[in-house]
Every structure is written in structure tokens, then in C-alpha cells.
Design a protein around this ligand. Structure first.
Ligand code: MG
Length: 258
């Protein structure tokens, strides 16, 4: 099931997206699916008539995972970390489909990173790997935009990874997905730049959720970005960056400088 968050007139709504590409329909659901489940109303819209928003604004945090693909670690001259390399992006970094990514004044080298994102469904801590599916609400596409120059010059990654608009999410949350071997692609101005699979991860999705839950209590709506395959590159004002993940859909954002 595909759960979208969107606006038609004013207030954000949640809905279920159904139908084939190009003719999808959104059925509005009551309330917030993270707390009240999925109960459909009789109100329906064509997908093309609504404006999609980030499918979730995390209640507390976006957790990132660095260097989780061997070839990506090596393309930036890094070793594979012995311990999971975790970082946080604030929820103010999250934007939705087609929202502009605003390049920060303090960086000249912002890179895209296409990533499968896990959306947590219930409060949890110290989740064993074989119980991880019980705490996952679903999956969405994400872009872990990174100010590469600042990542090198700052001791912490907070500014490099956490600036406003650095975490586009969308277009919706897919609640039924087996994350073990799905394709992750990025296109810059229509040109394929990243083309990997979750099967190439150093730590797989379920292991990551378990590991992250050992460090942090996870809340409904928290997001885990699971790392990017090789092929990352810099973006410039006027570019359009697209993340496509098999079984979910395509997230597209323009790049601007204020
Ligand atoms: Mg990343």
C-alpha cells in the first residue's frame, strides 16, 4: 500500500495511492495513519490534482548511515568503518517531492546521495533483527544531500548533512516491500549516475534498524536513511536530481541557490 501526504486546498491530508502510473487516484484517509491506522473516506482525487508533500515529517529525527556500500566508501577515498557510522539530520532538513533543494551559502560542493529510507511505525528500542519488520511502517525514497567540502573541514557532519532542504523524502511510503535486493538509482538532469542494489549493502536494512535502535529510541515517523551506492556527484543551481527506487517510485527535486 502506498501512503501519501498531500494538500488539495489547505491542510495536509494523508491518502492511499492506487492505480497505474499516470492514472493514479488518491483516496483520503481519516487522521494520521501512524496513530489511527488506515481508514478510508469516500473522498478521492486524481494524483495529478494534488500536491504531494514529504510523506512524513519525522517526530524526532532522521538517522543517516555513512559508508554502507563498499564502492561508495572507496570512491571518496574512505575505508569501510568497523563500527556503523551514524549521524543525524534534523527534521527541518526534510522537504517533499518537487520542493527545491536550496544550496547553502557556506558550501561550494553539494553532492546527491540516493538512498532507501525506512520509516518507523512504533516506539522501539534494542530491536532484535528478527523483530525489525514489526517496527517498520514502510519505505520511501530519500536524498541525503551532503556539503562535501564542509564534511571534510568540520569535525562534525552536522552542518554538512543537516542544512535546510538536505533531506528530500517521497513520493510516498510503500508499506509492503522486501528490502533485501531492490534497485536504487539517481539521475542528474535525466542522466543515470547511481545504479545499485540494497543487496550490495555492508549492513542490510534489517541489521541497520536493529543497530540504530541500540543507540536511539525510535519513535513513530522517525526515518533511517540506509546509505548510498557508488556514483555520487555534485549538483549545481538549475539541475534536477531524481531518486528512483524499485517498488516505491521516483522522487524529483530541482536545485536552486537563494
Ligand atoms: Mg548518505
Amino acid at each position: 500500500m502506498r501512503i501519501a501526504r498531500f494538500v488539495v486546498d489547505s491542510d495536509p491530508l494523508y491518502g492511499v495511492v492506487e492505480g497505474d502510473t499516470g492514472s493514479e487516484v488518491v483516496t483520503v484517509i481519516h487522521g494520521d495513519p501512524f496513530f489511527s491506522g488506515v481508514e478510508r473516506t469516500s473522498v478521492r482525487h486524481k494524483l495529478e490534482d494534488v500536491r504531494l508533500l514529504a510523506p512524513i515529517i519525522p517526530r524526532s529525527k532522521v538517522i543517516g548511515v555513512g559508508r554502507n556500500f563498499v564502492e561508495h566508501a572507496h570512491e571518496l577515498g574512505n575505508e569501510i568503518p568497523a563500527q556503523p557510522l551514524l549521524f543525524l539530520k534534523p527534521n527541518t532538513a526534510v522537504v517533499g517531492p518537487n520542493d527545491p533543494v536550496v544550496l547553502p551559502e557556506f558550501s561550494e560542493e553539494v553532492s546527491f546521495e540516493a538512498e532507501l529510507c525506512v520509516v518507523i511505525g512504533r516506539i522501539c528500542k534494542d530491536v532484535p533483527e528478527d523483530r525489525v519488520d514489526d517496527v517498520i511502517f514502510g519505505y520511501t525514497c530519500g536524498n541525503d544531500l551532503t556539503a562535501r567540502d564542509v564534511q571534510k573541514s568540520d569535525l562534525q557532519w552536522t552542518r554538512a548533512k543537516g542544512f535546510d532542504t538536505s533531506a528530500p523524502l517521497g513520493p510516498w511510503i510503500e508499506t509492503e516491500l522486501d528490502p533485501e535486493d531492490i534497485r536504487i538509482q539517481a539521475r542528474l538532469n535525466g542522466e543515470l549516475r547511481q545504479d545499485g542494489s540494497t543487496s550490495q549493502m555492508i549492513r542490510g536494512v534489517r541489521e541497520l534498524v536493529s543497530v540504530v535502535s541500540q543507540a536511539f529510541t525510535l519513535l513513530p515517523g522517525d526515518v533511517i536513511m540506509t546509505g548510498t551506492p557508488a556514483g555520487v556527484g555534485l549538483v549545481s543551481p538549475g539541475d534536477r536530481i531524481e531518486v528512483e527506487i524499485e517498488g516505491i517510485g521516483r522522487l524529483s527535486n530541482p536545485i536552486v541557490r537563494r
